[in-house]
Design a protein around this ligand. Sequence first.
Ligand SMILES: O=C(CO)COP(=O)(O)O
Length: 246
Amino acid sequence: MGAKLVIGNWKMNGRLAANEQLLRAMLAMPAIARSGAGIAAPAAYIAQIAALCEGSGIQVCAQDVSRFAADGAYTGEVSASMLADLGCRYVLIGHSERRQYFAEAGACLVDKLQAALDAGMVPVFCVGETLAEREAGEYLSVIFSQLEVLRGFAGRELVVAYEPVWAIGTGKVANIEQISEIHAEIKKWLLQTLGGTDNIRVLYGGSVKADNAEVIMAVPGVDGALVGGASLDASTFELICQTVEK
Ligand SMILES: O=C(CO)COP(=O)(O)O
């Protein structure tokens, strides 16, 4: 499917003044907006980021969404329709940090996908194995079982992000063979299970930096990148976004 996509995941970082400084620096770098990159901001700052990005080409992304779609007594939750109302185009679902610290899996993630799609957003569904699972040779079965959540969503526009847990925030990037194997397997699974991949992009995430982004983006089956730490620096993020045009 179409152009490659870069999404910067700020995770739980930022404050009003720092966000504005970082966003204004990014807005002054045309390659970022030209690439259609997304910024996944903490929920507290989505309105601020959306206002700053308005009309720029930079897309707003949420880092999570409530599994409950309807308004009501769900203290602390932020619904898909609220995120869409704020201007979010994408929403991360099932990030490994959500799986690890908030025990998200299975039916909860199906609900989140449904809520996001019903609100008109594109889910960025994250999968990936731990180091122990890779070393035990179980990584493919782990990823296939995580993908099962997508089974009911044939024909929808989706983004899948392959983020090996052992490569997140560690500086240990997966090698080309590992990335190309998993992306090919994910695409095969999507084709067999959902009947097509035309409207699904598969991103790589995990220690994507300015100095490895070009090589990663060129791996067959890689349709873009989900970038953590390196999205907190405007010029680094710009260099990563520039690889979309190469
Ligand atoms: O988790 C990630 C993006 O969602 C990857 O984070 P890092 O790029 O910091 O490894």
